[in-house]
Design a binder for this molecule. Sequence first.
Ligand SMILES: [Zn+2]
Ligand SMILES: [Zn+2]
Length: 203
Amino acid sequence: MQIVIIPIGWHSSEFEDYTATIVSPLIQRLSKIFGDKARINSSSSLQSSSSSSLQSSSITTMPPTYLFDKARKQWISESLLDWLLESSEPDITTKVLAICDFDAYSDELNFVFGEAHLGGRVAAIYLPRLREEFYVRKSDNNNNNLFEQRVIKEAVHELGHTFGLRHCQINKCVMHFSNSLQDTDYKDDKFCERCNKILASIL
Ligand SMILES: [Zn+2]
Ligand SMILES: [Zn+2]
């Protein structure tokens, strides 16, 4: 099993930051959590025969504009996941985790921190609402760490869904549903004992 992390919609000027503050800590933590069950890799773009039409020099792979809801100024998460699956064509042993630096929503939710195909091959997390700046809060020294932790928790959560895990009642468990950032900040970045057992039985 392998997990491939790919950036979606990042400008090249942000790429250094993306690698340092997101991918490196994420790979480290995911390697610890999924350990012997999955290899963690990162890629700079979607690998697909049709990728040439999706690329430009100053931006990483950008989803097609029909996945953007102009009225809401948000991307449509469910459609984005379908597009991700079609464009990246992961094999049965691969989970693709898209790190999207834009806001998105899904059917019944005003916004989502992330979404995944349950028991599927694709997951995405959306970063803007994980940043303190989004809420115009005063920044403090822990912000980077806080942001890093949120990214990790949301990534582990969505990957958990791709491995077939559903939401967990235990509010410290990473599979607990985050209705707000408080929920995300409260929970751990790890699976509870029960979720771990389910995961072990799947993998
Ligand atoms: Zn969830
Ligand atoms: Zn759990």
